[in-house]
Write a new protein. Sequence first.
Length: 433
Amino acid sequence: MNDERCVLAYSGGLDTSAIVPWLIDRAYEVHAVLVDVGQEEDLAALCGKALSMGARTARVADARPAMFKTVIPTAIGLAATYEGTYRLGTALARPFIALAQIQRARELGGATLIHGATGKGNDQIRFEFAYRSLAPECPVLAPWKTWAFGGRQDLVDYLRSKGFEDRYEVTKDFSLDENLWHLSVEGGPLEDATACLDVERILENVADRFGGAKGGGKGPASVAITLEKGVPVAIDGQAMPLADMVSRLNVTYRHAPWAWDLVIENRYTGIKSRGVYINPAAKVLQLAADALARTCLNKPMYDRYVDVGAAYGTLLYRGEYFSDQRVLVESSARELMSRLNGTVTMQLEPQPYAAQILAAQPMFRKDIATFERSTDYSHQDAEGFIRLAWLSTIGRSSTEGAYADPVEAGINVASDVCGDQPMPAGGLVSSKA
């Protein structure tokens, strides 16, 4: 037994609600922190709920300003994803929840840090990496790794034994997580990849979440996104804060047929998972940023842009936000994103795509790309380029037969690099067989 203070990342759901009396049974003084990351819930009411269950204090911490100042602009500007399809919804929020806990613990003069993540997923890693990086002096407790409860029914039974009644749905099909960036839907039928999945039924089950009640239709068929240094600053010529832009796009296009992604992902723990992620703003804004990058960056820089975006997505997914590698990646991101200035008109039906790109400094030039006559380009210029590129990329120093494949079988021609001829002969390639 102990009388330690602890700071709990409290969401108001079944797991963290059960954690409050469980901690009190172990003589912890519980201080609940509800972190506002844009979830559409009555956070004041949830604070009251935590207090009614025995928490000594319960307060709301608003993480949205910090998120929109730091991680979200970079995630948009780099079009950062994990494994190409996961747009980092939950991963963007967890570091800021952990940060709010640590700030509260320091106000209390030190405390044990508590989270409600299970031992299977990524959130445990995101929380505990942040705790260890920012507050290594604080003890950490993850109840799911220590208590004897095996599932949701056990938690409901425990709460009822303590006199707490609530509308916990033991048979609820899905696990939901909502923030300003996305709504994730996991569990239930999504856990069986061998069964035929009915995504429409899943969407119907969550139709009232994530701006669903306000979003009525599909929204306009196109939207113009203006970006400065890779960060969206206006919609259809109307300047607005990035937070308002994300909210508007999410509400407007919440029910669009393209507003979700079905993702199979590889968790850091080695377990595969599958989820439906509803994220229309993320999809539109990231596609617009990528279209601008393709237009404004040369080939080596665009390759680097893709690499940096993938690196950023991976480190966020793996919980490495508070790390030296994140600082390094963001320094590269700033230079790459500095070239991304312009307006991209996104056509949204049947799927979002960049219909028009008005870049401030485009490298895409119609006068060179055209099939008509170009004043600055001669087709004959490609001859020398091909000869030199062949030498470094394909040119061989051994016999042709060593590299032969079934298509080349029976063709016994010495390599052009062998013998007395150091390079392919000049002149255009003959059209004769």
